[in-house]
Structures are given as structure tokens and as C-alpha cells.
Design a protein around this ligand. Structure first.
Ligand SMILES: O=C(O)CCC(=O)C(=O)O
Length: 264
């Protein structure tokens, strides 16, 4: 499958694209079943709400042993990390052949999976999980350039009340000053200049099997989950194969999977 020129232009301008009904309901259900077992037994490496909130920018940039710590034992899980190597069902989705030409089109380069960052089952547990503030994924990632995109798979319905993603279209191309972000590099909501940008936000309800591809510099956020059911999603990241992880950072501490040239 390939994107039309119109879809490619949309991605280029807005920094994201929604692919409706991309994955089969059967595959999504199978991923969800395994994810629930790993969540139930808290199989490491996991990131908890406490870890997410308390860890510094330096920790999240440089630390590669990213397991939860003793004080986090009871804390709600925010994400299962390193899912590629947890189960073949996760690996198969990340190596899905149908999406490769599309990824190659948006990256304008051969595709390589990076296992260092989003390689996760993301969860938003009812009530106890927190909102995710406006941020660019790339803030803690260290690469030679920004040619990375994330692939978000909705395993079930995602909508405003359970924390669907919100995006600021075009923000992947905006130039921001350091002052527009706080010390953890969240986009500040208390600045008038930022409020005008935030007012342009969009979000699309997702159904099981919908996929959103978004640029590593795109500003995005998500609400807390105000429903009774956990929101569980799958997200992984790919980069253009010429994009290099900077040595000595977390970005270079994990394997990369080269998927090859699928357009030719
Ligand atoms: O809270 C969510 O569901 C979105 C998470 C997210 O955007 C992130 O961790 O980068």
C-alpha cells in the first residue's frame, strides 16, 4: 500500500496522517490480549505514572536501563517498554509489510525501526492516570536529524474522554524559542504566544485498527482517562536509515532493525 500525492502533501503540511481501518480487528484483539497479560503481571521493563512524572530530562535522555524502581511497585503502569522482544505478536506488527512503503514515502528514505524509544504499549488507566502535556517526542531523543516518525495503533476506541491524541497541525515545521518550553521540555500553556498556537489543535476519534503516523517534532498531548475502561494503544518509532543515533545517549543504546527499500 502507498499514500497518494494528496495524502503525502497532507502529511508534509500537517505532520500527521490518519490511516483508517489499517490493521485488522483480529490482530488488534490478539495484541490487546497479550498486552493485558504483561500489564497484569507487571512484566518489566515498564514505566509507571510515578516514573513518568518524577524522572528528569537527563534521566530520560541518557538512562538506558529504564525499568521501574522499588518505590514504583504499586504505581499505575503508563507503558510497557521494549515490546518488540516481548512477544512475536508485537514484533509482527512492528515489521508489518503493508505499512513499510508508506513509512518510506513519509521518511523519503529506507526505513529503520529504532528500539530505543517508542517501542511500547501505552496505557491510560481509568481516573488514576494523568494527562500527557504538550510535547514533541524528539525532546529526549538524540539523532543527527529529525527524520523520525511514530506509528500509533488504536487497539480499541480512543476519544476525548479516554485520552485520544491531540495534535497541533504544522507544529513540526514551526520554530520555537527555548522559553516556550518548561524545564522538562513541555510546551508551556501559560504563555499567550503558545496559547494562540494551542488554539489550532485538532484531534480525531480513533477506532480499533486505525493508525496515526506522526512526525517526531509534532506537538501533541492527551487527556487523562475519565472513563471506566483502560485505554491501551501500541506505538513504535521508525527513522530514515541515514539518520544516526548520537553515541553515548539512550538513542544509541538499543538495536535498530533495518527494513530495507520497499518502494523500488
Ligand atoms: O498519553 C498518551 O496516550 C500519549 C502519550 C504520548 O504522547 C507520549 O508518551 O509521547
Amino acid at each position: 500500500m502507498e499514500l497518494t500525492q494528496k495524502q503525502l502533501d497532507f502529511f508534509d503540511k500537517n505532520g500527521f496522517i490518519l490511516l483508517k481501518d489499517f490493521a485488522s480487528k483480529k490482530e488488534c484483539k490478539a495484541i490487546l490480549e497479550i498486552a493485558k497479560v504483561h500489564l497484569k503481571y507487571r512484566i518489566e521493563p515498564i514505566e509507571t505514572e510515578l516514573g513518568y512524572d518524577k524522572k528528569s530530562k537527563d534521566f530520560r535522555t541518557n538512562e538506558s536501563d529504564y525499568k521501574s524502581l522499588d518505590f514504583e511497585q504499586e504505581a499505575p503502569i503508563r507503558r510497557l517498554r521494549q515490546v518488540y522482544s516481548r512477544d512475536v505478536i508485537f514484533k509482527n506488527w512492528m515489521e508489518n509489510k503493508e505499512i513499510r512503503p508508506i513509512l518510506q514515502q513519509v521518511l523519503k528514505d529506507d526505513v529503520t525501526i529504532t528500539l530505543a524509544h517508542h517501542n511500547s504499549i501505552m496505557t491510560k488507566l481509568p481516573k488514576i492516570s494523568t494527562q500527557t502535556r504538550w510535547h514533541q517526542d524528539r525532546r529526549y531523543w538524540r539523532y543527527s536529524d529529525d527524520n523520525l516518525v511514530s506509528i500509533w495503533l488504536a487497539l480499541d476506541k480512543e476519544y476525548e474522554n479516554n485520552g485520544v491524541l491531540e495534535f497541533i497541525p504544522g507544529s513540526h515545521k514551526m520554530h520555537f524559542s527555548k522559553e516556550q518550553f518548561d524545564e522538562k521540555e513541555y510546551f508551556r500553556e501559560d504563555l499567550e504566544k503558545n496559547s494562540e498556537i494551542i488554539a489550532t489543535k485538532v484531534s480525531k476519534k480513533l477506532k480499533r485498527g486505525d493508525v496515526v503516523i506522526f512526525h517526531s517534532l509534532l506537538l501533541h498531548r492527551a487527556n487523562k482517562n475519565d472513563t471506566k475502561k483502560p485505554k491501551i494503544s501500541f506505538v513504535y518509532t521508525v527513522k530514515g536509515s541515514q539518520t544516526q543515533a548520537i553515541g553515548g545517549t539512550r538513542s544509541s543504546a538499543y538495536d535498530e532493525i533495518y527494513l530495507g527499500d520497499t518502494l523500488s
